[in-house]
Design a protein around this ligand. Structure first.
Ligand code: SF4
Length: 424
C-alpha cells in the first residue's frame, strides 16, 4: 500500500509580517451564533441573559424564526445595584423554572452572557452549576459569554462548544471527532467520504441531540471544520486530544487537503484515497471553473469579520484566479490557520484586528473589484461605488466541501455580475 504524502507546509504567506491593528472595529457580537447553533442542536435552548438590545438583535437576526416556537429567548435583567444581585439569581431561577416546565423538549440549556454591567456582575457559571443540580439528569445547564465586549459573531460558537468540553464523557475507542456546526447535508457528505476511507467511528461536536453528544478520550483525534474554533481546540487539547492540523475544507483544494490530513492520520492508502475523492473532486473542479469565469483577474479586499478570511482568500486566489489585496482577520492563530497561510501565495497584506478608518482608507485607495465586509460597512461602500459581499452570509450559507465549492465561488461572482448589469 502506497502511503499518502503530507503536503509541504512552508512558504506562501506563512512568513508574511502581519499588520496588527487595535482600534475601533465593526462586527456583530457572539449572540449571532445562536441563529445557526439552535438549528443544529435540536434539543437545546439558548437563554440570553441580557438587555432589550440583545432581544432585538436576536429577533431581527433570526427573521422568520419568530413565527415558530423558538429555541432561544432573552431573560431581560433590569438595572440592579450589587445589593440586588441575590434577587437577580432568584429571578433567573424563576425564568428557567417557567421555561423548563413549559418546554419539556429542552435537554440542554445554555445561559448566554452579554454586555450590560448587571449581567457581567452576575456569576453565570455559578447559576449553571446550581441549575444543573436542580434539573439533572434530564436537562444539562451550561453557560458561556456572547457579549460584544468579548466576542465577535463567530466566537459565540467557539465559546459555546468550549463550554461543552469539560462535561464530555470518556471513551477509549479510536475515533475521529469533527468539531464545528455544519448544515446536516454538508456534514453527511463529508462523513460519507470519510467512511469510505474506512474510518468507522466519526462523531461530531456539536451533536444534534443531547443523547448523541460524543464521548472523548486519548484515542480521539479531532479535526476542526471552522477556523474560528481556537478556544474549543485548546480545551480539547487540554484534555489530551490530538488535533489534526489541515487547511480548511473550502473549495476543491481545501477539501482535498483537509481530507488528506485526516486520511494520513488514519493510515488510508494513496490509491483508496484517490479512488474515493476522484468523482466529487472532479465535480467540484468543474463547478468552480464555471463560476470562476467572472472572478478571474479580479481583485478582492477582506475586512476582518468571520475569521474565514484567510481560507477564503486562499480559495479565491488559487482556484478562482483572483488577486487578494488585503486579507484582514479579527485574529490570526497561526497554529490553526497556518496551513491555509502557506497555501496562499505571497502578495496580499495580512492584517489582524482593525482600525476601521485606516483600513477604509486603504480599501478606497486600492479600489478592489469586490470587498468582503460586515453589514455596517457594506452599504456606505456600495454607495461609494464599490462592490461588496456580506461576510455573515458566508457563515449562514453551506459552503464547505466538494459539492458546495461551485456555490462558494458563485457567492463572490454574483455581486460582480450584479454591478456589471447595473452599470450597463
Ligand atoms: Fe447584547 Fe452586547 Fe450583543 Fe449588544 S453587543 S446585542 S448588548 S451582547
Amino acid at each position: 500500500m502506497n502511503k499518502l504524502a503530507k503536503i509541504e507546509l512552508s512558504g506562501g504567506c506563512s512568513e508574511t509580517p502581519i499588520l496588527k491593528e487595535r482600534g475601533q472595529r465593526e462586527v456583530f457580537c457572539g449572540l449571532t451564533s445562536i441563529i445557526w447553533l439552535h438549528r443544529k442542536m435540536q434539543d437545546a435552548f439558548f437563554l440570553v441573559v441580557g438587555s432589550r438590545t440583545c432581544a432585538h438583535l436576536l429577533q431581527s437576526a433570526a427573521g422568520v424564526m419568530i413565527f415558530a416556537e423558538p429555541r432561544f429567548g432573552t431573560a431581560i435583567l433590569e438595572e440592579k445595584d450589587l445589593a440586588g444581585m441575590a434577587d437577580a439569581h432568584e429571578e433567573l431561577d424563576r425564568e428557567v423554572a417557567k421555561l423548563l416546565s413549559r418546554r419539556t423538549d429542552i435537554k440542554q440549556l445554555f445561559l448566554v452572557g452579554s454586555c450590560p454591567s448587571e449581567v457581567i456582575k452576575l456569576d453565570l457559571s455559578r447559576a449553571a452549576e446550581r441549575l444543573t443540580k436542580i434539573y439533572a439528569p434530564k436537562v444539562r445547564v451550561l453557560n458561556y459569554s456572547g457579549s460584544g465586549i468579548e466576542t465577535t459573531f463567530t466566537q459565540g460558537e467557539d465559546a459555546c462548544l468550549a463550554s461543552m468540553v469539560p462535561v464530555l464523557g470518556q471513551t477509549n475507542d479510536e475515533q475521529l471527532l469533527l468539531v464545528g456546526a455544519l448544515p446536516d447535508v454538508v456534514e453527511d457528505q463529508l462523513t460519507s467520504i470519510l467512511k469510505k476511507f474506512g474510518i468507522q467511528r466519526i462523531k461530531t461536536l456539536p451533536a444534534t441531540e443531547k443523547d448523541k453528544i460524543p464521548l472523548i478520550g486519548k484515542n480521539t483525534r479531532f479535526a476542526l471544520v471552522q477556523p474560528f474554533l481556537g478556544e474549543t481546540a485548546e480545551a480539547l487539547e487540554g484534555v489530551g486530544l490530538n488535533r489534526i492540523s489541515a487547511p480548511f475544507p473550502f473549495g476543491e483544494q481545501g477539501t482535498t487537503e483537509w481530507l488528506r490530513a485526516i486520511a494520513i492520520e488514519f493510515n488510508v492508502g494513496e490509491s483508496l484515497f484517490n479512488e474515493v475523492i476522484s468523482a466529487p473532486r472532479a465535480r467540484a473542479q468543474k463547478a468552480i471553473k464555471a463560476a470562476a469565469k467572472k472572478l478571474s483577474g479580479k481583485t478582492v479586499f477582506f475586512f476582518p469579520d468571520s475569521q474565514l478570511e484567510i481560507p477564503l482568500a486562499r480559495f479565491l486566489v488559487n482556484e478562482c484566479g483572483m488577486k487578494a489585496i488585503e486579507v484582514g482577520a479579527p485574529y490570526v492563530h497561526k497554529s490553526i490557520i497556518g496551513p491555509d497561510l502557506t497555501l496562499l501565495p505571497h502578495g496580499p497584506t495580512i492584517s489582524e484586528g482593525q482600525d476601521v478608518d485606516l483600513q477604509l482608507e486603504r480599501c478606497r485607495e486600492a479600489k478592489p473589484d469586490i470587498t468582503v465586509c460586515g453589514l455596517g460597512l457594506a452599504n456606505p461602500l456600495e454607495g461609494e461605488g464599490l462592490t461588496t459581499k456580506w461576510a455573515i452570509e458566508l457563515v449562514f450559507t453551506p459552503v464547505h466541501g466538494y459539492e458546495q465549492a461551485g456555490d462558494l465561488a458563485s457567492l463572490f461572482s454574483r455581486p460582480i455580475r450584479r454591478r456589471e448589469v447595473l452599470q450597463l
